[in-house]
Write a protein that binds this ligand. Structure first.
Ligand code: SAM
Length: 291
């Protein structure tokens, strides 16, 4: 543990040896606290049989702990300057492959199949670059091999992802994630564990893929369109938000309201009061009224 990459002295030594300058534009805030890394590994509930995907290994602080506690690690790093450093810092481990590519552009399913053993699911564990947290998660949610995510992000985003109906943080992002995954905040993390320190509070969220779908949705793309439309203006009612996107609904109000009442949904409600099941019912009914 004293020799871990993540100790402040070791991190400084590595950065100096390679004359490394942080790139703010790539969200480079490295973890310099081994306890936090071990807490992340514990929150991920991985073991020696687990396949792990990491996004943004940096100088390898988290990667090293993941390699110790899992079977195989595939890490995606966008910054070319970090490749020789990672080769050096992770040279003791033979179960890590670093892939140099922007994770948003990579063919993730193909690379998982290429570098991680075919049997078993994949667990994403990462301290994400905060400027692209949401697109990275929304993209990876659709990769069926990924069973869970344990990721450090801005606390405000973690709160929105894990929010329950009726709360201020609940919105289309909560639904986009919770449709696929059970979400919980696992850790709140102080700024002091990072170098350099970020301007925002951080949290680690744990997402686990639902074994059964939480709702019956007839057209998934349309379901997400309807949820986003319902939160377009948070203070407006469902009716006002829906007709702003689907003007053809207006002359059909009575029949539409009638059908929804069978599902206990009223057009005077606000989007933030509807559960995922409510949104599924709403979208399934609405599909019949719009072309
Ligand atoms: N894992 C290290 C740690 O915890 O100390 C570094 C985390 S740092 C917050 C984010 C890392 O993601 C940086 O190494 C950065 O270069 C990398 N990164 C940023 N954007 C990326 C992208 N689109 N694809 C892959 N890696 C990216």
């Amino acid at each position: 543990r004293q020799n871990a990459i993540s100790t402040p002295s070791k991190t400084k030594e590595i950065l100096q040896k390679y004359d490394f300058m942080f790139k703010k534009s790539l969200g480079q805030n490295f973890i310099i606290d081994t306890n936090i890394l071990l807490n992340i590994v514990e929150a991920a509930r991985i073991d020696e049989e687990s396949n792990v995907m990491e996004v943004g290994p940096g100088i390898g602080a988290l990667t090293e702990q993941l390699a110790k506690y899992s079977k195989q690690v595939l890490a995606f790093e966008i910054d070319q300057r970090l490749l020789p450093i990672l080769e050096d810092t992770l040279s003791d481990y033979d179960n890590i492959h670093v892939h140099h590519e922007d994770v948003l552009k990579a063919d993730v399913p193909a690379l998982l199949d290429q570098y991680l053993p075919a049997e078993g699911g994949v667990h994403v564990v990462a301290n994400l670059p905060y400027y692209v947290t949401t697109p990275i998660i929304l993209g990876l949610l659709k990769v069926p091999r990924i069973e869970s995510f344990t990721i450090m992000m801005q606390k405000e985003v973690a709160d929105r992802i894990s929010a329950k109906p009726g709360t201020k943080a609940y919105g289309s992002l909560s639904i986009a994630v919770q449709y696929y995954m059970q979400a919980e905040v696992a850790l709140i993390v102080p700024k002091t564990v990072f170098m350099p320190q970020p301007n925002v509070e951080s949290a680690v969220i744990h997402l686990r893929r639902h074994e059964q779908p939480v709702a019956h949705v007839e057209d998934e793309a349309f379901f997400f369109v309807v949820t986003r439309a319902s939160f377009q203006q948070r203070r407006k009612t469902l009716w006002n938000n829906l007709t702003a996107s689907f003007a053809e609904l207006k002359p059909q109000k009575e029949a539409f309201a009638d059908e929804l009442s069978a599902y206990d949904i009223s057009l005077t409600q606000r989007g933030e009061t509807l559960s995922i099941v409510d949104f599924a019912n709403l979208a399934n009914v609405l599909l019949k009224y719009v072309t």
